[in-house]
Design a protein around this ligand. Structure first.
Ligand code: ADP
Ligand code: MG
Length: 292
C-alpha cells in the first residue's frame, strides 16, 4: 500500500464532504470485541477517534469489557454466567466489574487515545451524576410470566449528559464505563450497548456505531444482513437467529434508530480504521438499523 503524495491529497480531499456534513455533530461509539484487545486495532481505533475530534466531530466512547471481566473473575475462581445475554452479577462480581471496567479497561483506553494525541477523560456513570440506574427486571423471552434475577444488573433510569457536554465543548474526548448508580449509591452493571444507545438518543447524536467482533448481524445461513428494520429484527429474535450478546445490541440499536439517531450501525471492529471508513468514505459497513 504505497500512495504518491498526489494520491494522498486526493484521498484527503474526498473526505471533505463528510467532514463538512458531520462537523460539530456528536458520534457515539460503542467500543467492544476484538478491537479492544488487539494492539494494532487498538492503535488504529485511538487514531480514528483523535482524527475525528480534530476535524470537529465529537466522538463519545462507551466501552464494554466482557472478556476482561471474565479474565478477572477466573483469577478469583468465579465463572461468568449469562441469561439472555446479560451477565449475572452478585455483589462480588459487581466489585470486579467496577474495578475492571471503571479502572483498568477505562484507563487503558484513555491512555491509548492520549498516546494518539487526544485528551481523553474517563468517567463512570457516577461521575457528574450521569447515569441513574435501577435493578433490571428481566422477563423470560419465551415466557414473560417468568422473571430472571440477574443480581446487580441495572437498567437506565435517567441520564444527565451535562458532564459530557462540558467535556466535549472543551476539546476533551469522554470515555464512559457502563456503570450506573442507584438511589442508595449502589452500583449497577449495565450492558454497554444499552448505555451507548441511550447516550446517543439523549445527546441527539448523528450516528451510533457499535464495533463488535463479527461482520454485523448475520442471518441463519451466516450471510451479512446489510440493513434491518424493526419488523425483521422481531422475526430474527423470535426464531433464534439473533441471540446472546447480539440481543442487547440490537435492542439498543433499534431504540436509538426510533428515537431519532440518524444512522445506527453495527460494524466489524476487526477491520482496521473501520471508524474512518464508515464516517469519512461512502463505503457501507456491517448492518445498518432502520427505524421502519
Ligand atoms: P460485543 O463485545 O460486541 O458486545 P458480544 O459477544 O456481546 O460482543 O456480541 C456479539 C456476538 O453476538 C457475536 O460474536 C455472536 O457470537 C453473537 N450473535 C448472536 N446472534 C448473532 C447474529 N444473528 N449475528 C451476529 N452475531 C450474533
Ligand atoms: Mg456485548
Amino acid at each position: 500500500m504505497s500512495h504518491t503524495p498526489a494520491d494522498q491529497a486526493q484521498i484527503l480531499a474526498q473526505a471533505l464532504p463528510y467532514i463538512r456534513k458531520f462537523h460539530g455533530k456528536t458520534m457515539v461509539i460503542k467500543y467492544g470485541g476484538n478491537a479492544m484487545t488487539d494492539p494494532a486495532l487498538q492503535k488504529a481505533f485511538a487514531e480514528d477517534v483523535v482524527l475525528l475530534k480534530l476535524v470537529g466531530i465529537n466522538p463519545i466512547v462507551v466501552h464494554g469489557g466482557g472478556p476482561q471481566i471474565d479474565a478477572a473473575l477466573t483469577k478469583i475462581g468465579k465463572k461468568g454466567q449469562f441469561i439472555q445475554g446479560m451477565r449475572v452479577t452478585d455483589a462480588e462480581t459487581m466489585d470486579v466489574v467496577e474495578w475492571v471496567l471503571g479502572g483498568e479497561v477505562q484507563q487503558d483506553i484513555v491512555g491509548l487515545i492520549n498516546a494518539a494525541g487526544g485528551k481523553a477523560v474517563g468517567l463512570t456513570g457516577r461521575d457528574g451524576a450521569m447515569i441513574r440506574a435501577r435493578k433490571l427486571k428481566m422477563l423470560d423471552l419465551n415466557d414473560p410470566s417468568v422473571e430472571h434475577d440477574v443480581g446487580q444488573v441495572g437498567e437506565i433510569e435517567s441520564i444527565d449528559p451535562s458532564i459530557l457536554r462540558a467535556l466535549q465543548d472543551d476539546q476533551f474526548i469522554p470515555v464512559v464505563s457502563p456503570i450506573g448508580f442507584g438511589p442508595d449509591n449502589e452500583s449497577y452493571n449495565i450492558n454497554a450497548d444499552l448505555v451507548a444507545s441511550k447516550l446517543a438518543e439523549i445527546l441527539k447524536a448523528e450516528k451510533l456505531m457499535m464495533l463488535t467482533n463479527i461482520r454485523g448481524v448475520l442471518d441463519k445461513q451466516g450471510e451479512l444482513l446489510t440493513e434491518l428494520t424493526s419488523r425483521r429484527i422481531d422475526e430474527l429474535v423470535e426464531d433464534g437467529t439473533i441471540s446472546g450478546g447480539m440481543l442487547p445490541k440490537i435492542a439498543g440499536a433499534i431504540d436509538a434508530a426510533k428515537c431519532g439517531v440518524n444512522a445506527v450501525h453495527i460494524i466489524d471492529g476487526r477491520v482496521p480504521h473501520v471508524l474512518l471508513l464508515e464516517i469519512l468514505t461512502d463505503q457501507a459497513f456491517g448492518t445498518m438499523i432502520r427505524s421502519h
